[in-house]
Structure formats: C-alpha cells, structure tokens
Write a protein that binds this ligand. Structure first.
Ligand SMILES: NC(=O)N[C@@H](O)C(=O)O
Length: 183
C-alpha cells in the first residue's frame, strides 16, 4: 500500500514524539554582547562517547520512502546548511525488539529550514532527508559507538513490511506542490 502524507512545519509540539527541536527561543537571550545574542543551553544531546560528524549531500528525487533506519542507543543531532530539507520519521514501537519494522502509518515528514536543527530520539525510525527544492547538504552528529543491534551494519535499512511505501509532496518539489509552504 502507498501512504500519501503532507509535509509539516517543524514545531516542538509536532516533533515531540520523535525528538527535540532546536530553534531560536521566544524569551530574551541570557547572554548578549555588542552585536550578538546568545541562548544557552537551549537543549542537550545525551552522550557518553565521542561524537562523530557525518555530512550528506541529498539530491532532488521523487518524494518516496520505502525503508528507514534507527539508532536504539543514540540520539542524533541533524541540521541543514543553506537549503531546506524534509526529514521523514516514524515511531519506534519497541526499542528492545531487534526485528521491528517501521510502521508506514506512523510516518511524518518535517520541513527543516536553515537555522533550525532536530535531535532525533533513540530508536526513532528515519530515512535520509530529502531536499525541499534543490540539492542540499546536511550534517548529523552522533556518538561513535556500537549500537545495541543493527544500525552499525553496512546496510541498516529496514523496509516497512507488506511492500508499503510513503509518498509526500505529490511527487513534486515542495515549491511546485504548495508554493505557500515556502518561508
Ligand atoms: N540521518 C542520516 O542521514 N544518517 C544517519 O542517521 C546515519 O547514521 O548515517
């Protein structure tokens, strides 16, 4: 079955089942200086080992997801550089089940703008992010350690089962699908 869903703006409330959102707070900055405002600490990454950084170039392609990965023992910080990206995520039903498949009916897709970041929670299923418009480069940061099972394998991708897939944005780039979603 092919599930079709809409892309959602990234808010703390909407993303809460999947992790945390890093964005400019609405309260006054606790540190300021001549020409700068600083908010610290707006959130924390829960780690016990050194952090590894990864870079992904994600290319314009059909908005279709057929498999996801997850990291059951590690949170993951993810942010884009200069282009908007779309991050598909799905709920983790049982973090202790090594044979779990992501459930296509729980997939949600969030639009991450430059200047925003997410912390994907432990066990939360995710695909690589997609570029909203043009090819994009994004970064992720995650503890460099073996996970409890699975996700250090060369191929960590797990399909939805039953041949399910998830499409979003009507197969068009977001600007073509819904111009009101730009900025
Ligand atoms: N998020 C992403 O694109 N990749 C990472 O989750 C990874 O572990 O490779």
């Amino acid at each position: 079955m092919q599930h079709s869903i809409n892309v959602e703006p990234l808010t703390k409330e909407a993303f809460e089942p999947f992790g945390k959102v890093i964005d400019l707070p609405s309260y006054a900055p606790p540190k300021t200086g001549d020409g700068w405002d600083c908010w610290n600490y707006i959130d924390m990454l829960d780690v016990h080992e050194p952090i590894g950084f990864g870079l992904v170039i994600t290319k314009k392609r059909e908005f279709l997801v057929d498999a996801m990965e997850r990291h059951v023992s590690r949170e993951e910080l993810l942010l884009t550089f200069d282009q908007e990206i779309i991050q598909p995520v799905a709920l983790c039903a049982d973090i202790n089940d090594p044979d779990e498949h992501p459930d296509a009916s729980t997939v949600r897709c969030f639009r991450i703008k430059p200047g925003q970041a997410i912390i994907i929670g432990r066990g939360v299923w995710h695909s690589p992010a997609y570029p909203a418009h043009d090819d994009a480069r994004y970064m992720f940061a995650i503890e460099k350690k073996k996970d409890k099972f699975g996700d250090e394998m060369i191929n960590p991708w797990v399909d939805f089962g039953n041949g399910d897939t998830v499409s979003f944005g009507d197969g068009l780039s977001i600007s073509e699908a819904d111009p009101s979603l730009i900025n």
